[in-house]
Ligand binder design. Structure first.
Ligand SMILES: O=C(O)CCC(=O)C(=O)O
Ligand SMILES: [Fe+2]
Length: 240
């Protein structure tokens, strides 16, 4: 139960970017968490991601439908991407969607369930209106798990061919979600508090806006959910 003095209201943070507080009721949060726990198990389970720039992501990730990872071969010189830091091709197209966990156990990516696609469509309709629901099916889920000091740097979700809105659902600990602009990683941006059950949708002119998670507040999730840390599920249309 929310016991806030001032109930949190839905807000359009930028054109096409809408925050809907407590979109998922408690029992749907529990069901989604149970599904995430299954997806996180091997094979093709939760893994540590090495970013295109050579860093290591502190949030661990599992993908459904399509796996987001390094392309196996550099399109420029044909060598394995991580073996050729000097090759300019590395900077053109280092990461892409594929069907196997090339940077993990090599297993096929887990399927994207139809019910998750239905949830994404309902989320877009609620947040942006029925006319914003894409014709193409949602077919990618990226599930990020934040524990300890995990966070996520400012980036754009730009590896999809479709411009369908991205749907983001949060479970567990509250975080600061920074939603910026399409031009730079820097200001102007708006900091939004995402709590367990919150929905955030970004499409239209905000589809390629930079965003990130500068902070997660440990121990702030609903105790009855039974999750230490934060899970974020982003649902996307690949257009592939
Ligand atoms: O954890 C979040 O709220 C954001 C995740 C994200 O931006 C991504 O997976 O691309
Ligand atoms: Fe993102």
């Amino acid at each position: 139960m929310d016991v806030e003095l001032f109930p949190r209201e839905r807000a359009e943070v930028a054109p096409g970017a809408v925050h809907v507080p407590h979109w998922l009721p408690a029992e749907r949060q529990r069901a989604l968490l149970a599904a995430c726990r299954d997806w996180a198990r091997p094979p093709a389970g939760l893994r540590t991601v090495h970013t295109p720039g050579g860093g290591t992501m502190t949030a661990r990730q599992v993908c459904l439908g399509w796996h987001w990872g390094p392309v196996r071969r550099c399109p420029n010189c044909g060598r394995a991407v991580r073996d050729n830091p000097g090759c300019p091709g590395r900077h053109w197209y280092p990461y892409a969607y594929g069907r196997t966990v090339v940077d993990g156990d090599g297993a096929p990516v887990k399927p994207f369930p139809a019910w998750l696609g239905e949830m994404a469509r309902a989320a877009v309709a609620d947040a942006l209106g029925p006319e914003a629901v894409p014709a193409d099916p949602y077919d990618i889920a990226l599930i990020n798990f934040y524990d300890g000091d995990a966070r996520m740097g400012m980036h754009r979700d730009a590896d999809e061919k479709s411009d369908a809105p991205v749907v983001s659902l949060s479970l567990g600990d509250t975080c600061v979600f920074r939603f910026g602009n399409t031009e730079t990683r820097k200001k102007p941006y708006t900091d939004v508090e995402l709590r367990s059950g919150d929905l955030f949708v970004f499409g239209g002119p905000s589809r390629l806006a930079h965003h990130g998670v500068p902070r997660v507040h440990p121990g702030t999730g609903p105790p009855e959910l039974g999750l230490a840390g934060r899970l974020n599920i982003t649902l996307r249309v690949s257009g592939l």
